[in-house]
Write a protein that binds this ligand. Structure first.
Ligand code: IVH
Length: 687
């Protein structure tokens, strides 16, 4: 980058950071996630480190928090309310410790204790007490001046209005005001009912609740407060942080938890990892860990930068979002013919995972995002979910860009694509001839919940298909036949295959010959016919033979209508599934009968008791369960005939909500779906 480019880039970053600061601090309405915001600041910081002489006078690196709006009276902080320095990797934490050791001249064999505690995602506040009485509460503001929010703060139960036990005549306690996830859900539900925009996250809900002109509104929301620091004191409250914690606790404050006094880096990282893995068990949002020196005598010696004190540092959890370039868009064909646009990205690493592709879902989503090829896009990867493109940065759109053109024809078989009336998905409907669809169907057929054929994954299926060895499910069973020596030889001739892998495959295919009818139906990969639907269908036929007989007559005139009518009598089976099922057997009849020649098909084993309360009920699960694992609860429910789905819709009968329920909870409330907790749900299974 030349000098002009760097300045241009820095200016763009400054204006973006200012824009998002205003949304976050003053309006409580952020448009991007904290991790995305951090990315902007990191980019800015990296450029400033690389080009120190180009740092702009209004650089965000020299600022803390927000500029103020004028609604509340201003309060000056005698002791500035600083922010924290950030570290993101173990290595950076180690460097921070080493730097601190060098500064304090503490050598490696001497202990340097750190107190580790969660970094809460709320808003910081300071509370001033005189003679044990709360006289002022204020926000951080820009670190030097905050807003007087005393009336609102007095409504927070966690904040003592009078101190207990022993305390200095004048004491300023600092900490974080936050909203628990469950309270966040409750407030948002009320907002939906009152046609108000929902809060984006608990932090904004907390900020929005505290900065209310009418303190009755604050009082109506259950805000929490954790004390973690202090400002002006008329006399000291301890020599170590652990001692201060105990004393503050005795005065009546809630403390941040869990906490650990760590003797070395190893213990600090262990704590970090432990909390990171278990963060969903906490009922409040945290975005990292804070390490603070335990010995307070070091604090003054270390001092602070304009932005943060040196006695503490935060260790942020890996970002879930990153910025990269959209290089191209490819169109994938799924097993049911759905065309999915997939973003091809300039590779980036999010939370330690390398990402090159992200789903763009469908044509409408591309229009909604308004992206073009060449854009700088932000990509989110949360947990095991497929990476998603969230938005793009308009200022960084290159002059040379290219529109994303959704194809009219299938990229694989070139037949004309179709969009059904009420659908967002565009499909290739050439299901019997489109190679990509057939490959997808085969991959589904061998997958774990279907025929579970070990040794055949996507890679192997694609190769065996391309070499004309497997063209339809029945071909898999030909591999096992004694007389088909030529097939075995062909497979052995392919790279990656040996005598052992082939003999294991043969064993696995042999095992797969015994299947119950519901599994067979499910494995065909019929659109709208998942495992639950396949079970419902199977259950409603006296035995597997009678179902197969029905399929056999399909070619006979009138029998299609007859079959449809019969299926319509089945409780819990919708028209979409019915038409899809019947159409499948009309088109793929031959394939189906080729396959079942090789199989021993049994009836659906456990005949269910349709008198059970949960029989035929559509159930969705959310949150974390305490007594049983989610799989066990699902299995139990399926056994008594419940239909499990993953999404809430107006067909859902019950939402079973565990701890920390997510968006499904809000949606269920909206749709007036009945919601019960794990305990009540399990009571349906008691004898
Ligand atoms: S100690 C000098 N401890 O994070 C600052 N801060 O990003 C002393 N925060 O401004 C703060 N949890 O609002 C501290 N356990 C914790 C914290 C915490 C959240 C906030 C605080 C601070 C910001 C810095």
């Amino acid at each position: 980058m030349n000098k002009e480019d760097v300045i241009k880039h820095l200016k763009i970053l400054v204006s973006q950071i200012e824009y998002h600061d205003n949304l976050y601090y003053n309006m409580d309405l952020p448009e991007i996630s904290d991790a995305e915001y951090d990315q902007l600041r990191i980019q800015n910081k990296n450029l400033e480190i690389e080009f120190p002489d180009l740092v702009l006078p209004n650089s965000p690196s020299n600022k803390v928090g927000s500029s103020l709006t004028s609604t509340f009276n201003k309060v000056s902080h005698v002791v500035p309310m600083l922010s924290l320095g950030n570290t993101f990797t173990n290595k950076e934490v180690e460097e921070y410790i080493n730097k601190t050791r060098r500064f304090l001249k503490i050598n490696q064999n001497e202990n340097m204790e750190f107190v580790a505690e969660p970094k809460i995602d709320g808003l910081s506040a300071t509370l001033i007490y005189k003679n044990g009485k709360l006289i002022l509460g204020a926000t951080r503001g820009d670190g030097k001046q905050g807003e007087n929010i005393t009336d609102n703060i007095k409504t927070i139960e966690d904040i003592p209005k009078t101190l207990k036990g022993k305390y200095p005549e004048e004491i300023e306690i600092r900490g974080e005001i936050f909203i628990s996830n469950s309270e966040f859900e409750r407030i948002n539900i009320l907002r939906i009912q009152n046609s108000l925009p929902q809060f984006a996250n608990p932090r904004n809900a907390a900020a929005g609740s505290v900065r209310q002109l009418d303190s009755k509104v604050t009082a109506s929301r259950k805000l929490g407060f954790f004390a973690y620091s202090w400002g002006l004191l008329s006399s000291p409250i301890g020599k170590s942080l652990m001692e201060v914690r105990q004393n503050i606790k005795n005065m009546g404050f809630n403390l941040n938890h869990p906490v650990r006094l760590c003797l070395d880096l190893h213990e600090m990282l262990q704590f970090y990892e432990n909390i990171y893995q278990n963060r969903s068990n906490l009922d409040f949002d945290i975005d990292g860990i804070v390490y603070k020196l335990n010995n307070l005598s070091y604090y003054d010696r270390l001092g602070a930068t304009g932005h943060s004190p040196r006695y503490a540092v935060s260790h942020k959890f890996p970002p879930e979002v990153g910025l990269t370039i959209l290089n191209d868009v490819k169109f994938q064909i799924g097993r049911t013919g759905a065309i999915t646009p997939v973003a091809e990205l300039k590779p980036l690493t999010i939370g330690g995972v390398r990402i090159q592709r992200a789903s763009l879902h469908n044509k409408d989503e591309i229009s909604r995002l308004g992206i073009v090829i060449g854009d700088t896009v932000s990509v989110k990867r949360a947990g095991d979910v497929i990476p998603q493109v969230i938005n793009y940065i308009p200022d960084l759109r290159p002059k040379k860009n290219r529109a994303i053109v959704f194809p009219d024809n299938c990229p694989s078989c070139h037949s004309l694509l179709k969009r059904e009336n009420d659908e967002v998905i565009i499909r290739c409907i050439n299901s019997s001839k489109c190679s990509e669809q057939i490959k997808g169907q085969l991959v589904h057929f061998v997958s774990r919940n279907a025929f579970n054929i070990e040794g055949l994954g996507e890679k192997q299926i694609v190769e065996l298909f391309d070499r004309n060895i497997i063209k339809e499910p029945a071909d898999i069973f030909l591999i096992n036949l004694e007389m088909k020596k030529d097939i075995k030889e062909k497979i052995l001739g392919l790279s990656g295959w040996g005598a052992l892998s082939l003999s294991n495959l043969i064993k696995s295919i042999n095992n797969a010959k015994n299947q119950s009818i519901d599994k067979v139906i499910y494995s065909l990969g019929i659109r709208h016919v998942g495992l639950g639907t396949a079970k419902i269908i199977s259950k409603n036929y006296i035995n597997s033979e009678s179902f197969i007989a029905k399929v056999r007559t399909l070619a006979i005139s009138n029998s299609r209508e007859n079959f449809i009518e019969e299926l319509r009598q089945i409780n819990g089976l919708g028209d979409k599934a019915i038409f899809s099922l019947v159409a499948y057997f009309q088109i793929h009849e031959k394939k189906f009968f080729n396959l079942i020649k090789f199989l021993n098909i049994s009836d659906l084993l456990s005949m269910q008791d349709d008198s059970h309360y949960l029989y035929g009920k559509r159930i969705v699960f959310t949150g974390k369960f305490e007594f049983l694992s989610r799989t066990e609860i699902k299995n139990k429910s399926e056994k008594v005939g419940a239909l499990i789905s993953s999404q809430i819709s107006n067909k859902t009968d019950i939402l079973v909500a565990g701890l920390n329920p997510g968006a499904k909870y809000t949606k269920a409330k909206q749709l007036l779906v009945s919601i019960i907790n794990e305990d009540s749900f399990l009571s349906y299974f008691k004898e």
